[in-house]
Design a protein around this ligand. Sequence first.
Ligand code: AP5
Length: 208
Amino acid sequence: MRVVIFGPQGAGKGTQAQLIAEKTGAEHISTGDLVRAEIKAGSDLGKKIQEYNDRGDLVPDEIIVEMAKPYLKETDSWLLDGFPRNQAQAKALDEALEDLGIGLDAAIAMEAPDEALVERLSGRRTSEATGRIYHVEHDPPPEDDPGPFTQRKDDIEESILHRLEIYHKQTEPLKDYYYARGILVSVDATRSIPEVTEDVLQAVGEDG
Ligand code: AP5
């Protein structure tokens, strides 16, 4: 399975990619997680990209492409979450896959209106222990996850609205890009988490 999953911030890309990876054994590659790990490590690169992340801006294409590329060849089954996010990155991904002699099976567009997303992101919590994503109301942490549960720095309203603006300008046009390639699948992300998981599994042909 080689799948790209994209959609507006808070649509549930990370939530679904984690669940699908657990169910199918595919690797979950999240460029957002790679960015946050680099920042947490305090590396020179982390210091350079922190301001982009905290503002809700995209990290420059050449940096993010170099961060993502090594993961593509580690396994032959993966879900790319949050990459590509614009036409230049989509082309860079195509070139990298061509060099590896592999192709994309599907590009899943998670669809949800902006109004629903600010509330989802404001209530998001991430477990420091397991990396699992939760929501204080829609998906509270289970007792066996010890936490602690933290709020992302970029989950403040100002940054969320800025990220959504960038999504509509730069990432949403990728729907046309993948539609033209015949691999676009749209999923209604306003349904409950388990319902969306079913839809995504069906979209990638892993529904049993
Ligand atoms: P990234 O980590 O990818 O963040 P994002 O794009 O802002 O997306 P989110 O993680 O906010 O949304 P999501 O759809 O994954 O939502 P989630 O599943 O958590 O990127 C962060 C930053 O890194 C970027 O701003 C940029 O600086 C940089 N970056 C990353 N990739 C880059 C790239 N390619 N190029 C350049 N820069 C890049 O769900 C959200 C909440 O909703 C959770 O609380 C969840 O529990 C809840 N929820 C999920 N589904 C449902 C549902 N169906 N019903 C109810 N609640 C739900």
